[in-house]
Structures are given as structure tokens and as C-alpha cells.
Design a protein around this ligand. Structure first.
Ligand code: ADP
Ligand code: MG
Length: 741
């Protein structure tokens, strides 16, 4: 016992003293000294009385380390047990709380002796009601005859009248915690129940805590939001729905304000830097675009113009090019790099996979064939250069010597360098990198993206004091509200228009019994010279092996039993880059009629001759992702088809997939997806550390606008936030936990 206290002494002196004070009263002066309110940021959670080390460990698993963390572990819903009803007024089906005395209590074993049933009768002045608990024998130990008790739960009815089954209960001598109130339901984890959390919350609120408000009072008053203390009370112990709604609103604002502060700071820091101004060479741009085999869409024109204008400035560009699959982002990026290389600056283009990097390399090399622009490809597997005319050298296509290759980057012999994130490895030094393009940025992990941006700011090149302009591209159309909330530091260009002449892809949801009809259709399409993708479900990282197995087996089955006369390729994530490339090349050159693939093909692969894509277990994918897959076909003048195979017949999954049948517009699908999955899943930021409340409000335009406005004002008033130390601390905590773009 002594040891135990001793332990506390080291962890948190004030609590130790407080406990001791309650056991051995101290002289008043000393008591005052140690009875200062305690800073919730500093008190370790396991130094709280009744939270022992074991619980401390469990709490760490849900990122609760300090008292503050626990206080900010908010309920995700409430059970309304606030209405106390007299027993003779109970109505079947309602949720109610009754209070009375235990008038009968017994523990019975069922005939198979498999189940223990506690059966009690609880009586008030108006009548009595039965309550049963299954396999909770300890209930009968507590609920002995004569005890006052409160029960909350749903009122059920059988031949013997009304009863409660497994109701929440507590002795009426205790203050309402789990019954008789709006009971908060917390997200739980193994070994941690809502009941336990409620109990601890109550204890913690009894401590004398110092909870300072990070939000200036003026702002709270203006927005009619409660103080942090009140809001915490309201969120954990609401007396009405209004109270917790108000508290949620306050915390949503607090989070959004922090998000906006973070993103504005990133933006301000970015804008403090300077870049080289790349002059707009209208003649060259015009010559290039007129030589293209197609005319640019208006959206492409507008986006290119915005980008080329940005490049003219010394203020570094930080722009997101947001366009649907197939909307023609590559050309826009190519135009930007053309402008850079005409001004004799280098461009780096990064793609999330080697296959995609290679494809860009091939396309862009071709686009610039007749220009004096050399293009390099650098990934872990490749080092290649094309269009080496400028070097007066013999045409080198492969370059085995890395040092030699890096030397070419350093000496400006490579104008456009394409690759994976291997591009920004330490040993790569550019001569004069003026533009970085990140393609399919949503495919880079969130923390990887933050890292990329940071890297870009410190990139190694011969332009001291300058950072490159940054263009990020995403093929997951992101609804505008979300970009405002989440990518607030970026300027935005939209490609919301498809190249003309594209036929929209015909999409059909296929139940299991129609599978063979799809196979027949495939045979017909192949007979008319087209190619087919068959996609196997995306799975979690941990299931990679299962995915591989499924795809391999299915490849075998299809080759042997279904399409013995056709040739089938197999593409999966476990193949080496070279092998993947070989498979893709073979598919492109029509060596295969059908490509069986795992989700690796999701990313921008361009096979214009493919007209059918079949997606197995389509219900396992998000809509935006299905839309990405679908974008693998429909890349030519041919009519293309997308078949979504599913054995799920729930109304929800049916209506979800029906969205795919109804529209080919990525932005509409994104909106639907956002509604269905919520912003966290949609953006793939579930793991980003963004608080749930913030996540739920990422789409709340009004909140975002107000928060942004207030954040701007605060930063204007105090650019380093030194006038708002608590907010600054809040922001620091946020930025270490959350990675914004
Ligand atoms: P994404 O936006 O998905 O990256 P890409 O840049 O790969 O799209 O373009 C898809 C295809 O459309 C390419 O084959 C490209 O050559 C073609 N393309 C791009 N712009 C146009 C246009 N304005 N008209 C016709 N075809 C276009
Ligand atoms: Mg692309």
C-alpha cells in the first residue's frame, strides 16, 4: 500500500498529496499549498485514484495518456434513460427508467444448466415489474430483497406481463450514472466498457481540475458557444439533448478552428518561401497544343492557364488539380513541365507506383519527342532516359550506373525526371528543380504526403533559397466542401469536364445467377478484338496474402474452366516491378485477352483497347474506388462496360451500387460516397489522428467558413499565436498527431 503511494509521489505529486490529505489531514496551510487545481494536460491517467496500471495500459491503446485525453474521449451516442416512469404507467416497447425496491430476487439455473438467470421483481408505490438478467449471477448478489434500485431499458411484454431483459441497473443510493439519465455510450475496446468510463468520468469531475479554455472568450460569446468546462460537463453528463448538441458544436468548432489554423500556417509558411518565376511562353504552348491529336477541353484550358499563371510568380505554387479519371490531367502536367523546361528548369513528376511512373515516362517521352526535352525515369527498379538529343550523345535508353545517372540529374542533362518517391531520396540532387508534380496524390499515404511536402521544401538543388512550385493531382474527385476543410492550404483547379466523344461506360450490377451471362459477353467482346479486366477485391494490408491466393486461384479457374480458349494474364501486388511491367506490356500488346488483377490496377493504367471491366465482390469497395476501377475502360471511342459482381443483396448495398449504374460523373459519385461513408473513410484519414468530431464535420460548410474566418483573424492578430498560448499548445498537439497536406 505504501509502495503504491510512493509510486504516485513520482508520477504526480499533487494527487499524492491530495490523497494523503484525505487520509491524514494536513495542517491548513499545507493543504492550501497542495490543493491547487491540477493541470489536466499534465496528470497521467494512471495516477488517478482507481485507475490502476492495468487500466492505464488499456487506455493507452485508445490514445488516452493524460486526464485531458480521457476527458476528450467523447461519447459517440447517448441512450435516453432520463425519463422515469411509474411502474403502472409502463408501455410495451418504450425505453424507460423505473425506481423501486427489490421485492423478490432469485437465481435460477436453466434445465440444461447452461444458463444462470437472475430474476427480480422491483416495486414502487404503483406496482411491480419483473427484470431478468442472463449469465450475470453477480446481479443477484447485489439486488437482494429490500434494496432500492433503478432500472433502465426497453420494456418488453410476455404472457406474464411487462418485463425488462438485461436492463442497466444501479442501486438508487448511487447518483445516476448508468441509469436514469441520458447515458453516454463511448467507443469501447477490449477490457474497457462504457460503464467503466462513465464511472471514471464521474470521479474525475470530482477532482479539482484546472481546465483552461483555448478559445478566446470573445469568440465563444460571439458564437454563443459554451466554455470548455461547461462543454465537457454537457458532453459527458448532459441533462438534455440540447446540452450535448451544444457541446458537440463547440468541440466541432474547436477542432475545425485548429484544422484551419494548421492549414493556414502551412500556407503562410509555404508562401514565405520563394520560387523561380517561369515565364509564360505562349508560342511554345500554343505550338504544342495545336500539334496534339485532340483539342483540349475547356476545363483543361482553364486549369492549364491557372497553373501557367502561377508558375510566372515567385510565390511558390501549391495547387491541387482535381479531376475525374480520364479527364486528361497528364496533358495539363505536361504543359506545366514544358513551360519549365523551355525556361531551362527541371521538373520532377512523382507517381505512387512504378507501373504508373513507367507509363508516364512513356507518354511524356512521346509527347516531347520532337522537342529538345530529355525525360528520365528513376525508380528503385529503373533508371532510364529518353529523348537525349539535347546531349548530343548517342541515344541512351538504359543506364545501369546509378552514379552516372545521378550526375545527369545534377548537371541538367535530364529536364523532366519521372519516378516514384524514390525521386526525393537523399542522394539525388537536382541542378535547378523548379516544378514538382505529384500524381494520384490520394494514393500516397497521409503521412507520406506530409513528408513529401516537407521534403520538397528542403529539396537539394542548385537554386539556393528557392523551393519548387508544387502541383498535386488527384483522380478521386473531392467534393468542394471537403477540399475547403481538408486541403485549405491549397489552391484548386478543377477538371470537371470529359474530353468529347467519350462514350459513357455502361455499368450493371450482376447477381451471382447472372455470372455466366457476363462470361458469354466477355467471349463476344474478345471475339471482336477487345480486352477485359477482371478485378479482385481490395483487402487490408494484413490480408495481402489472401488476396494473392484468391486472385491466383481465380486466374487458374478462369483459364481452365471458363475461358480455356483465351489467354489470361495475372497482375498482383506481390510481383516485382519488372514483372508487373512485363504483364502490363504483354496486356497492352494483346498477348493476353484478359487481365486478372488485384487492386493494383486501380491507379491510372491506360489500356485503350480494354472495353470491359468486371469487379468481383464489388460491395467491398467504396464507390469512389469502383469509379477509379471503372476508369480503366472507356478510354477510347469504343463502347465500354463495367460489371459489378456481388452476392450481397441488402437494400443498402444494392442502392449503393445502383449509384454506379446511374452516373458516370466522378463528382456525383464522390458526393454519394461521402454521404455513405463519412469524410474520414472517404479521405482515407481514419488513421490520420483527426478527432471523430472533426471528421463528422469536415463537410459542414458553414462551420468551416466561420472557423477559417476566425483562424485568419487570430493569426493576423498574433502570427505565432503567442497571444493565445493555449491555442498554440492545442495546435502543437494537433500537428504532432495529425498530418495535413
Ligand atoms: P487522367 O486524368 O485520368 O490522368 P489521362 O491524362 O491519362 O487522364 O488521359 C486519359 C486519356 O485521354 C489519354 O489517353 C489522353 O491522351 C486522352 N486525352 C486527354 N485529353 C484529351 C482531350 N482533350 N481530348 C481527347 N482525349 C484526351
Ligand atoms: Mg492520370
Amino acid at each position: 500500500m505504501l509502495l503504491f503511494y510512493h509510486d504516485w509521489l513520482f508520477r504526480d505529486r499533487s494527487i499524492y498529496i491530495k490523497i494523503c490529505c484525505s487520509i491524514f489531514p494536513l495542517p491548513p496551510s499545507l493543504f492550501v499549498l497542495y490543493n491547487q487545481p491540477m493541470d489536466i494536460f499534465k496528470i497521467k491517467i494512471d495516477s488517478i485514484p482507481r485507475i490502476n496500471q492495468k487500466y492505464g495500459e488499456i487506455l493507452k491503446k485508445i490514445n488516452v495518456f493524460t486526464v485531458r485525453d480521457l476527458l476528450f474521449h467523447f461519447p459517440f451516442r447517448y441512450e435516453d434513460y432520463s425519463e422515469r416512469i411509474e411502474i403502472d404507467s409502463l408501455i410495451g416497447g418504450q425505453t424507460a427508467t423505473v425506481m423501486g425496491e427489490v421485492s423478490k430476487s432469485k437465481l435460477v439455473r436453466t434445465w440444461k444448466k447452461k444458463m444462470m438467470i437472475t430474476e427480480c421483481y422491483v416495486s414502487d408505490e404503483t406496482g411491480s415489474v419483473r427484470a431478468v438478467w442472463f449469465n450475470q449471477p453477480y446481479v443477484s448478489d447485489s439486488l437482494t430483497v429490500g434494496k432500492g434500485v433503478r432500472l433502465s431499458g426497453k420494456v418488453l411484454e410476455d404472457k406474464n406481463g411487462f418485463y425488462f431483459s438485461n436492463p442497466a441497473w444501479e442501486l438508487s443510493s448511487r447518483e445516476p450514472t448508468n441509469t436514469g439519465r441520458l447515458v453516454p455510450i463511448y467507443s469501447e475496446t477490449e477490457g474497457l466498457t462504457s460503464k467503466w468510463i462513465r464511472w471514471q468520468m464521474q470521479n474525475i469531475f470530482k477532482l479539482k481540475l484546472e481546465i483552461q479554455d483555448p478559445i478566446p472568450t470573445g469568440i465563444l460569446e460571439e458564437l454563443h458557444l459554451p466554455s470548455i468546462k461547461t462543454a465537457l460537463q454537457y458532453i459527458h453528463f448532459p441533462q438534455s439533448e440540447n446540452q450535448y448538441l451544444l457541446a458537440q458544436k463547440r468541440f466541432a468548432f474547436q477542432n475545425m478552428l485548429t484544422i484551419q489554423l494548421a492549414s493556414l500556417k502551412v500556407k503562410m509558411n509555404w508562401e514565405k518561401e520563394s520560387s523561380v518565376a517561369i515565364p509564360f511562353n505562349e508560342k511554345i504552348i500554343q505550338k504544342f497544343t495545336t500539334a496534339l491529336p485532340f483539342t483540349l477541353t475547356n476545363a483543361q484550358r482553364k486549369a492549364s492557364f491557372e497553373i501557367l499563371k502561377d508558375l510566372e510568380k515567385t510565390r511558390p505554387m501549391n495547387r491541387l488539380l482535381n479531376g475525374d479519371v480520364g479527364s486528361g490531367k497528364t496533358i495539363v502536367a505536361a504543359l506545366a513541365s514544358l513551360q519549365a523546361s523551355q525556361a531551362k528548369f527541371q521538373t520532377a513528376i512523382m507517381a505512387p507506383t512504378e507501373v504508373l511512373a513507367r507509363q508516364h515516362f512513356e507518354n511524356i517521352s512521346k509527347l516531347f519527342e520532337s522537342y529538345n526535352i530529355s525525360v528520365g525515369l528513376l525508380t528503385n527498379a529503373y533508371q532510364e532516359i529518353s529523348n537525349l538529343k539535347s546531349m548530343g550523345d548517342e541515344k541512351i535508353s538504359k543506364n545501369k550506373n546509378r552514379e552516372n545517372f545521378l550526375e545527369k540529374i545534377r548537371t541538367d542533362k535530364i529536364d523532366i525526371l519521372i519516378g516514384t518517391h524514390a525521386l526525393i531520396q537523399k542522394d539525388i540532387k537536382f541542378k535547378n528543380l523548379a516544378l514538382v508534380v505529384i500524381d494520384e496524390q490520394h494514393r500516397f499515404g497521409v503521412s507520406q504526403r506530409a513528408f513529401l511536402q516537407q521534403k520538397i521544401e528542403t529539396i537539394n538543388d542548385g537554386l539556393p533559397g528557392k523551393i519548387p512550385h508544387l502541383l498535386t493531382m488527384t483522380a478521386t474527385p473531392i467534393p468542394r466542401t471537403l477540399t475547403m476543410a481538408y486541403f485549405g492550404n491549397l489552391d484548386l483547379s478543377l477538371l470537371d469536364e470529359m474530353p468529347v466523344g467519350r462514350k459513357s461506360i455502361i455499368t450493371k450490377v450482376i447477381p451471382p445467377n447472372k455470372r455466366n451471362e457476363v462470361y458469354d459477353f466477355v467471349r463476344k467482346e474478345v471475339a471482336s478484338g477487345h480486352q477485359i479486366f477482371i478485378i479482385f477485391p481490395l483487402v487490408e494490408e494484413s490480408e495481402k496474402l489472401a488476396e494473392l491466393k484468391a486472385a491466383t486461384q481465380e486466374h487458374e479457374r478462369l483459364s481452365r474452366d471458363i475461358f480455356p480458349e483465351l489467354s489470361l494474364g495475372l497482375l498482383h501486388g506481390k510481383l516485382k516491378a519488372k514483372e508487373k511491367e512485363q504483364v502490363m506490356a504483354d496486356f497492352k500488346s494483346k498477348k493476353y485477352d484478359i487481365l486478372v488483377a488485384t487492386s493494383v490496377v486501380e491507379v491510372g493504367i491506360d489500356i485503350p483497347n480494354a472495353t470491359v471491366i468486371i469487379i468481383e465482390d464489388a460491395d467491398r469497395f467504396g464507390l469512389s474506388q469502383l469509379h477509379q476501377f471503372r476508369g480503366r475502360v472507356g478510354r477510347s471511342q469504343q463502347q465500354s462496360y463495367c460489371f459489378l459482381l456481388t452476392s450481397s443483396n441488402t437494400v443498402k448495398s444494392k442502392s449503393r451500387l445502383a449509384t454506379m449504374e446511374k452516373t458516370n460523373n466522378g463528382f456525383e459519385i464522390a458526393e454519394a460516397d461521402l454521404k455513405l461513408r463519412g469524410p474520414g473513410e472517404f479521405l482515407g484519414v481514419r488513421q490520420s489522428g483527426l478527432p471523430d468530431i472533426a471528421m463528422q464535420h469536415l463537410g459542414n460548410v458553414k462551420l468551416i467558413e466561420i472557423s477559417r474566418q476566425k483562424a485568419l483573424k487570430l493569426l493576423k492578430n498574433s502570427p505565432t499565436l503567442s497571444k493565445y498560448p493555449l491555442l498554440k499548445k492545442e495546435l502543437e498537439k494537433f500537428t504532432t498527431n495529425v498530418h495535413l497536406e
